[in-house]
Design a binder for this molecule. Sequence first.
Ligand code: CTP
Length: 135
Amino acid sequence: MTFGTFDLLHIGHLRLLARIASWSRHLVVAVSADQLVMHGGKRAPIQGHEERAAAIRRLPMVNEVIVVHGPMDGVGRVKVVARKIELVRECRIDCVAMGSDWQGEYEFLRPYCEVRYIDRTPGISTSALRGSGVS
Ligand code: CTP
């Protein structure tokens, strides 16, 4: 399983997913709902979560896509962590893999599954694409 926003799907996302798929039997991508992305004052994604999830669902290396809406009673960090633990347990996930910008941030899952961090593809990000005038 991997978690992310995956706004303006790009080669960095594709390489990450291909890499995880290469060792996975069943790759589940957990896409953050807009409300979850925006918590803590982050700007809204350009593509809404239905569109982001639909794009990932079309990828041949992805077996399942879920949209993570976060807890119904708010999205503080503690609650988001609890929701991710719940998902890992519900979906019987044995490994969560994230790009290296998340190094150390998913240690809370170690009691429940393996956690891996993968080198990011340099030179590309949603922020860079947005910054260059994509709208
Ligand atoms: N990712 C990657 N290589 C990149 C960009 C992203 O491997 N060049 C990975 C991230 O590390 C994360 C996943 O793709 O595990 C989803 O990343 P996301 O935050 O949605 O995309 P970014 O392009 O990193 O977006 P932003 O610029 O908003 O951080």
